[in-house]
Design a protein around this ligand. Sequence first.
Ligand code: PMT
Length: 413
Amino acid sequence: MTLNIVVGITGGIAAYKAVGVVRALVLAGHDVHVVPTEGALRFVGRPTLEAISRNPVHTDLYEGVAEVRHVAIGQAADLIVIAPATANTIAKLAAGLADDLLGNTVLASEAPVVIAPAMHTEMWRNPATQANIATLVERGVTVVGPAVGQLTGTDSGPGRMEEPDVIVAAALARAASPSTRDLAGRRIVVTAGGTREPLDPVRFLGNRSSGKQGVAIAEAARARGAEVTLVAANLEIAEPDGCDVRRVSSALELQAAVTDAAQGADAVVMAAAVADYRPAAVSESKIKKDASGDGLTLELVRNPDILAGLGAAPHDGTLLVGFAAETEPDDERLLELGRSKRRAKGADLLVVNRVGWSEGFATDENSVVVVDRDDTVVTRLHGTKTSVADGILDVVVSKLTSTTERTKEADPA
Ligand code: PMT
């Protein structure tokens, strides 16, 4: 389906990368209308934007008055993407200001809005910017990034605009999302990252989970209106905004945090990679090489199975979503492993995730199959971790909605 997409570009150095966003959306077959601010045109020229978008580019509020352009562009839009979104533009959007064509376009539109912030780390962390972001998230705006990395000067940190392909994938996933606020009023707990089991003060047993998939689920749930608690184990990426983040490291810490957060939650999604074993004893000092031999034997003990514990305890009204990370190459056998893991853990849904040296862990894309309590395949998802997150949440929403409807039928009062 061809979408009418407005790309707002605001005045930051990352404006040159917005050309890549426009180009990717045009190549994907969409009708793209660029609305740059005056500041953006100092960084990237109008002819470039017109050539790449294949449409005229307007900035002036007082041009095209007869065709009521200040509202017409917004009214016609299916999706608005603002990349880069400067701190100033974010503040203006939060306040509902309409002192330029982009501000008018956003206010006059009912389309989903996706913003990709870009600014220096101090400006991003400033409480004013964070409060403005929280306001926009609360109103349903999807925030993509910022990424962590090298900024314009010599400094680096969070504030760099996300790469165009990530912004485009998130924006199209948002446009495809059936109902953007379908988790409003729900409380969702998500685990993300990989646990670390300490051996001594300097070493641990860990795994390669980056936290990308779990964070994508937390961000998508928050964008769809949920109150989100993220139990975060050693994330390798920035923590999402607008979530109650509880940092943990080991499996036992994750167990305590998730058991507490799960009380009364509508759904618990266990995307974290949790160690099944931990060292039987943690040395108080750095373990030294043993001069007498070449090997070292570690004694490990079983960690509690956290998901199975939640599944075995009464959890009326809390949907339990587990993951199964498996290296099995055969599709049918992979599915069978997932089904038996769901049964063993008492989960309501299980997301079967094939993993390997270059699959699943730490990648930007993922492929999963979601299986239900009756062993049926509910959906197969492939794409960015953001689009996979939205697909998993579509299933969660449909399960929560059917449970609510059944409860109302049983107790109409
Ligand atoms: O973080 P990324 O780099 O984006 O990678 C994402 C991912 C591959 C880690 C993620 O998509 C994934 O598959 N997560 C599950 C990893 C895992 O621990 O799988 P498992 O098959 O070992 O465990 C099955 C389920 O039981 C999981 O929901 C796990 O959270 C849970 N579990 C496991 C062990 C344990 N002691 N307690 C648990 O609750």
